[in-house]
Design a protein around this ligand. Structure first.
Ligand code: HEM
Length: 411
């Protein structure tokens, strides 16, 4: 479905109609030539060294100037319970907006302000996901026609998003975009149509925001439950970067094998996108002989696949980063992406994987170095809320305690 018969399993019309008002013709929501064009253009840009350095700069700024001060401000306060999931959603929204648009919504400033853009974006994605849950698509289509209830709210939210996106594009055209490093400016070299530009960038925002927040939330939940993994991450960082040193470049991360293993292991158990569906275009037979009729919705399920004993062994339910390390030299061993389709696999594999890994690793090292993060004593095993991305219902309430200040700040 993802590999040999990729063209026979497009995302399909049912989903593109549901997400169409919000995402338009953006990469996340189209198939065929429209997808191929955006994929090629985006891959070219994302492979450039300059954009990786830009992503690193954004993430470091967001951590040093916002995330750390925020956690320090609640550290040691008896009533200083912090919802880490909310914090990570703010972190990833600021980061992906700056990366995609060159726009800073400042959601993670210390007062935790509400950003109109973030609220409208949240509402539009939540209501788009809810469309998929109505008994029949006719229900939301009629409500949309009559401009009623949730559909009215959705229209208003999308209007606000569009005004803001158009304003950013207009400003960039006026001021010149040639020297800007964000994705939108880069795409403006090859695309002239403003609506299309808006669609491309909004798709990136949706793809790169909740996924990263979800991965960070479950990673920190696991780190709180398995403190020995946090200690091993710091030991490796001390060895590779120098005692208490910060990451100073994107390249340094290549040598942090245990950290990479811990991040992969966390997403094996808690993939941000738990399942993903496609629609079969022409009758097909799967390798195991299953007949798939044209028009059937086919779903692969990374959450379930990560917990299958035949794939991962009898200890498949344990959080064990070591399973990703080679026995002889302790280096990271990447699994077949079709066994681990957390970022999907094949031609449509995630375009933001490197950016996502960068965010997870930088946040992990910075926070583990400075803070002890404990679950509030009453916290039970998390439950998920329904939606496009895995979200802990009720958030991740934690208590934060600052460690002795031995860290040397990088510039
Ligand atoms: C841990 C974080 C992330 C995970 C687990 C993840 C996972 C995925 C998955 C499963 C898909 C396939 C979805 C589908 O086709 O239905 C996907 C696609 C995509 N992702 Fe990610 N993603 C993450 C972060 C990011 C980030 C940070 C960005 C942006 C910088 C991004 C950009 C994209 C784009 C543009 C696509 C569409 C690719 C295409 O259709 O050709 N992702 N991602």
């Amino acid at each position: 479905m993802l590999k040999t018969r990729f063209d026979n399993y497009p995302k399909g019309k049912p989903f593109s109609t549901i997400l169409g008002d919000f995402l338009g013709r953006g990469i996340f929501n189209v198939d065929g030539d429209l997808w191929r064009f955006q994929r090629k253009m985006a891959s070219l840009e994302l492979d450039r060294f300059s954009i990786r350095a830009y992503a690193f700069e954004i993430v470091c700024y967001e951590i040093k100037d916002r995330l750390i001060p925020l956690l320090s401000s609640v550290s040691g306060k008896g009533d200083g319970v912090l919802d880490l999931q909310d914090v990570f959603r703010r972190f990833s929204f600021d980061s992906i907006c700056r990366f995609s648009f060159g726009l800073d919504p400042r959601c993670l400033e210390i007062t935790l302000p509400m950003s109109d853009f973030a609220v409208a974006f949240d509402l539009a994605s939540k209501l788009s996901a809810e469309r998929a849950m109505t008994v029949s698509p006719l229900v939301w289509k009629i409500k949309r026609k009559l401009n009623l209830g949730t559909e009215k709210k959705m229209k208003e939210a999308i209007k606000l998003i569009n005004i803001l996106a158009q304003e950013v594009i207009r400003q960039k055209r006026k001021m010149g975009f040639l020297s800007h490093k964000d994705l939108l400016s880069r795409f403006m070299h090859s695309v002239n149509d403003d609506t299309f530009l808006r669609d491309i960038v909004i798709s990136f925002l949706l793809a790169g925001r909740d996924t990263v927040a979800s991965a960070l939330t479950s990673f920190f939940w696991l780190l709180a439950k398995y403190p020995q993994v946090g200690s091993a991450i710091l030991e490796e960082a001390d060895r590779v970067l120098g005692p208490n040193q910060e990451l100073t470049s994107y390249e340094q991360m290549r040598d942090l094998h245990y950290l990479q293993a811990a991040v992969y292991e966390s997403m094996r158990l808690y993939p941000p996108i738990q399942f993903d569906s496609k629609f079969c275009e022409e009758d097909d037979i799967l390798p195991d002989g299953t007949l798939v009729k044209r028009g059937t919705r086919v779903t692969y399920h990374p959450y379930a696949m990560g917990r299958i004993e035949e794939l991962w062994g009898p200890d498949c339910l344990e959080f064990k980063p070591e399973r990703w390390l080679r026995d002889d030299d302790g280096t990271f061993f990447p699994e077949n992406p079709f066994k681990y389709p957390v970022f999907q696999a094949g031609l449509r594999v995630c375009l933001g994987k490197e950016m996502a890994l960068l965010e997870l690793k930088c946040v992990a090292i910075s926070l583990l170095r400075r803070f002890q993060i404990q679950l509030v004593p009453s916290y039970q095993t998390p439950r998920f809320s329904p939606g496009l991305t895995a979200t802990f219902s009720g958030g991740l309430p934690v208590l934060v305690l600052e460690k002795e200040p031995t860290v040397h700040q990088s510039s």
